[in-house]
Design a protein around this ligand. Sequence first.
Ligand SMILES: [Zn+2]
Length: 102
Amino acid sequence: MSQNSLFRPVKVQLLPESIIIQWDDGLISSYDHRYLRLNCRCAVCVGEWPSRREIDESTVPEDVYALEYTTVGQYALQFLWSDVHYTGIYTYELLRKLSTRT
Ligand SMILES: [Zn+2]
């Protein structure tokens, strides 16, 4: 896939109740903090096995939230979570898939 075909965030807000991403096509996505945390696809969370896609929810605090975020290259966001987990990279493609339209 061409990188030019990907939508990109123009604004990311970490609010107490949710994470808001405004995209360059005008879509505004809202994510529950823990929901996004539970969708981490990193090797620590889902292991190296491609077949295992589910994270063990009991390992993630109920009140987990994103403390900070950084952009990764031109294709992803990385969040620093309050449970000191920061290896997860959320591609823009994944974030669009997880998005709840507001
Ligand atoms: Zn992870």
